[in-house]
Write a protein that binds this ligand. Structure first.
Ligand code: UDP
Ligand code: MG
Length: 310
């Protein structure tokens, strides 16, 4: 068994896109002229995608299904794909055809030139709401600013990675994962390829605002201590303010100028500081909660049916 390309696709309720996805991936991979496999990771679909994946896999030996026991989330599905992939190069692709499979050939070309991570950069986006575009744009820029890893801008999970890179990623057991950050973290020779992100082929996005926020929190907490440092900054700021204010208030009082006599100032100060403290506590909680999750050491995902199970 000498597979060159493993195409990993996380699938969550994508019945409408699956047949077309399979058709296009197959066409592109046959064009490459090298042995390939398509790993469809079913992330707890409930719309019939699971059965459809089974059907495609029965007809074509290139297709290897991994069926999760429930919905574990996009990032975990990608991780399972890494675990099952046998290829010399592993490509991650969305099931909704927003990442055109034809671009894989461009990624492959760069890989053949010697790059170990070839990520696809969304030069243009089609058919997405302005809200999604704006939040995504802010998201990428905030992450870039505050994390220690240089995660490329406007880049999703669509990328090709060499076997060497995937083997390193498989040794990163973190639970709250941000695959594109992890793949930037490893280093190696990396390069971007521009592409036009298409509109969804069918169905609706599986990323409501709540999930996007979760992903952003995971990205930030996985790759930065910045939020923790914000508390320190506010501490110094409030303490500094108090130190400046004390002599001023004492002077005004001694000079007999009635100032700061009301309760309002006290109330504002108490509310402000109380708020800052609670927010800091919450931030700390985010990190502690993640620490607790890691300490439990549960498996990242549960597979109901792997590619070799009948
Ligand atoms: N997905 C998944 N599990 C989830 C949510 C999404 O496997 O819990 C898959 C989904 O089927 C798709 C990919 O992740 O293949 C990206 O999701 P989506 O297209 O909904 O995200 P968007 O492109 O809107 O950001
Ligand atoms: Mg999509």
């Amino acid at each position: 068994m000498n597979i060159t390309y493993s195409v990993v696709v996380p699938v969550y309720d994508e019945v409408e896109s699956l047949p077309e996805l399979y058709r296009r991936v197959k066409k592109v991979m046959e064009k490459s002229g090298e042995p390939w496999e398509l790993i469809l990771v079913d992330d707890g679909s409930t719309d019939g995608s699971t059965e459809q994946i089974g059907e495609i896999a029965r007809k074509d030996r290139h297709v290897r299904p991994v069926i999760f026991a429930r919905n574990f989330g996009h990032q975990i599905a990608i991780t399972a794909g890494w675990d099952y992939a046998r290829g010399k190069a592993v490509v991650i692709l969305d099931a909704d055809l927003q990442d055109p499979p034809e671009v894989i050939l461009d990624l492959v070309q760069k890989w053949k030139e010697g790059y170990e991570v070839v990520y696809a950069v969304r030069a243009e986006r089609e058919g997405e709401s302005w809200f999604k575009k704006i939040t995504a744009s802010i998201f990428y820029r905030v992450i870039f600013r505050i994390t220690d890893v240089r995660i490329p801008l406007d880049t999703g999970d669509f990328r090709l990675m060499d076997r060497k890179v995937v083997d390193v990623l498989k040794q990163m057991p973190e639970r709250h994962r941000f695959p594109r950050g992890m793949s930037a973290w490893v280093g190696f020779r990396q390069i971007g390829v521009n592409y036009k992100r298409a509109a969804r082929y069918g169905g609706a996005t599986k990323y409501p605002f709540r999930k996007m926020l979760r992903l952003a929190l995971n990205a930030i907490t996985s790759f930065s201590y910045f939020p923790l440092q914000v508390a320190t900054f506010f501490g110094f700021f409030s303490a500094g303010l108090a130190i400046l204010a004390i002599p001023i208030v004492v002077y005004l009082r001694m000079a007999g100028i009635p100032q700061f006599t009301g309760q309002a100032t006290t109330l504002i100060a108490v509310l402000f500081l109380g708020g800052v403290q609670l927010i800091s506590l919450g931030i700390l909680g985010e990190y502690v909660g993640r620490l607790y999750d890691e300490a439990k050491g549960r498996p990242l995902y549960v597979v109901r049916k792997g590619p070799e199970d009948s």
